[in-house]
Design a protein around this ligand. Structure first.
Ligand SMILES: Cc1cc2nc3c(=O)[nH]c(=O)nc-3n(C[C@H](O)[C@H](O)[C@H](O)COP(=O)(O)O)c2cc1C
Length: 348
């Protein structure tokens, strides 16, 4: 029976252990939304993980929602990511880039002057978002995407995967939870469209499926992962039947032979661990695991690997800490999203 310390192939990616670093936005991008030197150091420090999934990275300027988050659009951004990838590969780690388009979860304060806030429907998310300029501000009222804009956005996802490959990444993960763009298309509360991208379940699935198809055609199914959390109400997301929605999405992912499914098991009315078992590829489970619970999930064949978020922030050598049965440090929550090295690269 494998343990977290055993090797595994996740999709087409060979990993030295089953301890995955979960994607975490840290808001340290530079003024051009490129990863800086400290970002390469931060990920390099954590390269003991079998696989690192980066923070959410935007595929086009409209997809940026939060302050100081990085993109993979410009040459400077691509070369910044190349330094990150090299720092991880030099230490024998693997790294995939999470593609995150925020859709309506955004403020224009956080975006380029010429960027827009687009969503399936013009429904504002009930909530506020932090901006460096004005502190907490209401979320933007999004513009409803036209069919042309939908097609262009799908192309931008594909381009960002190409750029990720050019930077040397081992693959990409599509962020399809937590109220961001793909989840906005999937959910009845955020998608009131009356064209082929809204209404019936198959129409609401169309955007995500087309993005997955495009990514797979471009970089290969074994290098594409999908992150979900059925029932997750984060960012004012409501769906009338998340279990049905995500069961069908998993069926589509099976047909497309998506490399891995990354599931947050949060208890939100759906048994996500059970639902995940319908996926035929590799499964990464997440949310509040520790060494013992992670190993138990492997033993029960619920997962092929486990991802750890907060534990990796404060314990860069998490794999060694687990091996030594050491007590884990807790992250400083005040510096999760603040600029600069403090609370980022100064954990030992
Ligand atoms: C600071 C922080 C930033 C996060 N940013 C992202 C993100 O960019 N993309 C994403 O899919 N999840 C994000 N998450 C969620 C984590 O990937 C993970 O699901 C969560 O921390 C639960 O796992 P844990 O109990 O091991 O920490 C973030 C979590 C934290 C704490």
């Amino acid at each position: 029976m494998p343990t977290l310390f055993d090797q595994v192939k996740i999709g087409d990616i060979f990993c030295k252990n089953r301890i995955v670093m979960a994607p975490m936005t840290r808001s340290r991008a530079d003024k051009d939304d490129a990863p800086s030197k400290i970002t390469a150091l931060y990920y390099g420090q954590r390269a003991g993980a079998g696989l690192i999934i980066t923070e959410g990275v935007y595929p086009n300027i409209d997809g940026k929602g939060y302050v100081r988050t990085p993109g993979i659009v410009t040459d400077k951004q691509i070369s910044g990511w190349k330094s990150v990838v090299d720092a991880v590969h030099d230490k024998g780690g693997k790294i995939v880039m999470q593609i995150m388009h925020c859709g309506r979860i955004a403020s224009y304060h956080n975006k380029a002057m010429n960027a827009r806030t687009l969503a399936p429907s013009a429904i504002r998310a009930n909530g506020e978002i932090y901006s460096d300029i004005s502190g907490m501000v209401p979320m933007d009222i999004p513009e409803e995407m036209t069919l042309v804009e939908i097609k262009q956005t799908i192309k931008d996802y594909i381009k960002s995967a190409k750029n990720a490959l050019a930077a040397g990444f081992d693959g990409v993960e599509l962020h399809c939870t937590s109220g961001y763009l793909p989840a906005q298309f999937l959910s009845t509360g955020t998608n009131h469209r009356q064209d082929i991208y809204g209404g019936s379940l198959s129409n609401r699935l169309r955007f995500t499926t087309e993005v997955l198809e495009g990514l797979i055609k471009t970089i290969g199914a074994g290098r594409v992962g999908l992150r979900i959390c059925p029932g997750n109400p984060f960012n004012d997301l409501k769906d009338c039947n998340p279990e049905e929605t995500f069961r069908e999405l998993i069926a589509q992912a099976n047909m497309l032979k998506v490399g891995y499914l990354h599931v947050i098991r949060m208890k939100a009315g759906v048994d996500n661990v059970k639902l995940a078992s319908e996926f035929q590829g590799d499964i990464i489970l997440n949310d509040s695991y520790n060494l013992e619970r992670g190993n138990r999930a492997l033993k029960n064949k619920e997962a092929d690997a486990i991802s750890f978020g907060r534990a990796f922030i404060a314990n860069p050598k998490l794999v060694e800490s687990f091996k030594g049965n050491m007590e884990l440090s807790l992250p400083d929550f005040k510096t999760l999203y603040t600029p600069g090295p403090k609370g980022y690269i100064d954990y030992i």
